[in-house]
Design a protein around this ligand. Structure first.
Ligand SMILES: Cc1ncc(COP(=O)(O)O)c(C=O)c1O
Length: 357
């Protein structure tokens, strides 16, 4: 790939495949593994990583909405592919024709599905809200939802293959309470005549820390990209390696020679660190980040040490040898989570895909 910009991201498919295999072994165990490739696979490239996830043994994929699902379905015709965020204008008919699995949170979604895709036996996963309050039917809506689903399943419009929820992961006690609410909801669904074979509630964090939450399938996102969902453990400590590595070129030195300009800024998706927090390394020396502007960032000089030469490439994050900052460091400097650091990378920033296989 010819580099035409002063910054680029290297995307390592061997690292991603190794992470997916590691997730299967250590996070899924006997459960199936669904890999989340939403938001363009957290900024890494949706189609490419969907393909690599399936090659590495993922049993299913997840994206946010039907539009993304239809896009990925064009490249991945067979793997189960779950979409769960819908609006009244979502293309339920297109989803059914593409053979997508639909996460369903309300009866209005079932009505739209039946109106647009009658008799198509669309695979549905009913979602119960167990405390996160982001999506899913409330406990008081649940009996109605499962009754309605059972009726239209009997008419051949849908097959309820799964029941699911999402955990808040704020504490073990909260997750355990949510898990209990989930099992109660499954009982109500079974009593209504549903026979779901896929119960799933755990994402990366709970799959690692709450083995009893793995159930039939775990939905793993950020950790498969080598970014930790935990404040107290790095992804590397858990056996995952960074997939995205971002580099920016030294484009100039200031006339006084005390600062250097690197060719990446917030217009490229770089999250500006709070004052005094950020740094980069070159040849084993740390240089403080003085500011992040629209299309560049400025680094200061470390005492008595020369600035990195003009033309050199500096790794901003993702160096698996661990000398450079990690995506999680950038997250900490900007008071956010690693998901935002990698997903914010501008769509225009060149992705250099490494594939040794
Ligand atoms: C419903 C659902 N499942 C799974 C995931 C993956 O979560 P994580 O990236 O923490 O593994 C997400 C991510 O937001 C999600 O919204």
């Amino acid at each position: 790939m010819e580099l035409t910009q002063h910054c680029y991201a290297e995307i390592s498919l061997p690292a991603f495949r190794a992470n997916v295999r590691h997730a299967k072994k250590t996070l899924a165990g006997k459960a199936k593994l669904m890999i989340a490739v939403k938001s363009e696979a957290y900024g890494h490239g949706g189609l490419t990583l969907a393909h690599a996830a399936r090659e590495a043994g993922a049993d299913a994929l997840a994206v946010l909405d039907i539009a993304q699902g239809i896009q990925i379905r064009a490249a991945e015709p067979d793997i189960p592919l779950l979409c769960w965020l819908h609006s009244p204008t979502s293309d339920f008919g297109g989803a059914a024709r593409a053979g997508l699995d639909l996460g369903i949170s309300g009866t209005w979604q079932l009505d739209l599905l039946v109106a647009q895709a009658p008799g198509m036996n669309t695979r549905v996963h009913l979602k119960i809200d167990t405390g996160l309050h982001r999506n899913g039917a409330l406990a008081k809506q649940w009996p109605d939802l499962v009754r309605h689903a059972a009726a239209i399943e009997a008419d051949g419009h849908i097959t309820v293959v799964g029941i699911w929820s999402h955990l808040a992961d704020t504490s073990l006690e909260e997750d355990n309470a949510s898990l209990q609410r989930f099992h109660d909801a499954v009982e109500i669904a079974r009593a209504a005549g549903l026979t779901p074979s896929l119960l799933h509630i755990a994402a990366s964090a709970a799959a690692a820390d709450v083995p009893e939450a793995r159930l039939d399938m775990v939905r793993v996102g950020i950790i498969a990209y080598g970014v930790s969902p935990f404040g107290d453990r790095t992804a590397q400590e858990l056996g995952f390696q960074p997939v995205m590595s971002v580099r920016a070129q030294v484009v100039s030195h200031s006339p006084r020679g005390d600062t250097a300009t690197l060719g990446m800024g917030f217009g490229d998706g770089l999250l500006p660190p709070h004052a005094g927090r950020g740094w980069v390394t070159y040849a084993g020396v740390r240089y403080p980040i003085e500011s992040v502007e629209a299309d560049h960032l400025i680094i200061g000089s470390a005492a008595d040490v020369a600035l990195p030469p003009v033309g050199e490439w500096i790794t901003l994050w993702g160096d698996s040898r661990g000398e450079s900052p990690r995506a999680e460091d950038w997250a900490e400097w900007a008071d956010t989570i690693g998901d935002e650091v990698v997903s914010s990378l501008g769509a225009h920033v060149q992705r250099k895909v490494i594939d040794e296989n």
